[in-house]
Design a binder for this molecule. Structure first.
Ligand code: DLL
Length: 431
């Protein structure tokens, strides 16, 4: 454990600390950020009305559009001369969101990433290969400063030039790989193409995140790279990676509760849901300086538990994120997350772990097509084998998710590979 004093803090102490920090944050945003001042007044709340953590739900939510409406610096609580770094999340549409860090925010971020990496086995002996993108994306630099804080030897390679990445990992004796799970798969393929085997590398662990990935995907990555794979979660608006991370128990991701307060809400009604119920994660930051966030709606779907973990950490654990409420596809009325399709495909184990969902509307009917890659051998096999497999996958998806999909097996390496976040869904419906 990187920082047992906080990571294993008794719950009553932790909650006292949370409340103290929450009060300070609320006073600050109320005074300094007109957006919050107005939003609180609109619901008739002042910071003084928040008398316990249970009162948190009296506060209004903050959403991504609020960041966009106040673009670029409108929600900052400090002057720009105190801001020492900017990051931005690209978003797929419209105005990007800009986030800022004071020097103390950067120190906090490095601390949280040190916890994350230490939980994934990093020590000062590790050689950490960071293939998350560097730049405005928080992945590269976020992991970077955490790895340096741990004292590891950092290789800041960023994404791209995958053959060179593999060569460097081999030559430098990399022990820990940090990248998106989809890029890890691309690296696996490249290792094979280069005629190498994972045993020729020194890799022991990987910390993967920035996109949803199923338990079955974890299995594939662990088997193929012969490593232990850990899930790490975060979002730019809150801090970047470093919000929550898996420990060796792999029983959920510990959310750094001494700095963030999580809630789970019903994404439709906005009501707070009881512990253990699946819903949308909402996070309040309680120690960030430049850009505090009050009840920020992440859109990520998960579950929370506050039971103590076997690893000794006391912080709440969130389940692996199954998807985003705004990525959830509604196909003929049925809710489908791409990760559910991924789970089914990988569970069957007869195809490659590369797939894409194409959604279209013919007349008034939604059509789902699932493109799945198969191995060279199977593809060159006679057509009947392929048809049989397509039928099997179709049945499995129908039985498990209750939707009929058209399955198309495609040749190896025809689905685009990703160096960052994979594009799993192409929605042509213009909804
Ligand atoms: O993706 C931060 C990050 C970088 C996390 C590197 C982990 C590793 P954004 O670009 O702002 O920040 O995207 C945040 O990505 O709301 C989730 O929908 C998704 N996401 C991040 N981590 C996970 C994960 C970074 N482990 C958005 N599992 C979040 C599932 C994830 N989804």
């Amino acid at each position: 454990m990187w920082n047992p004093k906080y990571e294993a803090m008794e719950r009553d102490k932790l909650e006292k600390l949370q409340f103290l920090r929450l009060k300070q944050t609320l006073e600050k945003v109320y005074q300094l950020v007109p957006f919050y001042g107005e939003a609180f007044k609109k619901v008739g709340i002042e910071p003084g009305d928040i008398r316990s953590l249970d009162d948190l739900n009296k506060l209004p939510f903050t959403i991504k559009d609020d960041l966009r409406d106040n673009y670029p610096y409108g929600l900052f609580t400090v002057d720009l001369n105190e801001v020492v770094r900017i990051h931005s999340s690209s978003g797929t549409t419209g105005i990007p969101t800009v986030v800022g860090y004071t020097r103390s925010d950067l120190e906090l971020w490095a601390e949280l990433m040190a916890r994350t990496l230490a939980a994934g086995g990093a020590t000062s002996d590790s050689v950490v290969h960071i293939a998350y993108g560097y730049g405005l994306f928080t992945g590269g630099l976020g992991v970077h400063y955490g790895a340096e804080k741990v004292g590891a030897t950092v290789v800041p390679i960023s994404g791209g030039q995958t053959r060179r990445q593999v060569k460097m990992m081999k030559d430098l004796g990399t022990t820990l790989l940090a990248c998106t799970p989809s890029y890890a798969l691309f690296i696996v393929e490249t290792i094979e193409e280069m005629g190498l085997s994972p045993e020729e590398l020194q890799l022991k662990t990987g910390v993967f995140g920035a996109e949803p990935w199923s338990e079955n995907m974890r299995q594939v990555i662990e088997d193929k790279l012969k490593i232990k794979a850990f899930d790490i979660y975060g979002l730019s608006e809150i801090i970047g990676p470093g919000v929550s991370y898996e420990c060796p128990a792999k029983a959920g991701l510990h959310l750094n509760e001494d700095h963030f307060i999580p809630e789970i809400i019903d994404p439709v009604s906005g009501r707070v849901l009881p512990e253990g119920t699946t819903g949308e994660l909402v996070i309040t930051t309680i120690s960030k300086e430049a850009l505090p966030m009050i009840r920020y709606r992440t859109r990520d779907i998960t579950t929370l538990t506050r039971n103590k973990c076997s690893c000794g950490r006391t912080h709440a654990r969130m389940a692996k994120v199954s998807g985003r409420s705004d990525d959830m596809l509604i196909i003929r009325g049925v809710n489908v997350f791409p990760s559910q399709v991924e789970s089914i495909l990988l569970e069957m184990g007869e195809t490659a772990p590369h797939y894409q969902l194409i959604v279209d509307r013919v007349g008034s009917l939604d059509m789902l097509q699932v493109l799945v890659e198969v191995s060279d051998e199977l593809f060159s096999d006679h057509v009947r084998g392929l048809e049989k497999l397509e039928k099997k996958i179709r049945l499995e998806i129908d039985n498990t998710l209750g939707i009929s999909a058209d399955i198309k097996l495609v040749e190896p390496k025809t689905i685009p590979r990703s160096e960052g976040k994979a594009q799993r869904v192409i929605d042509r419906r213009n909804l």
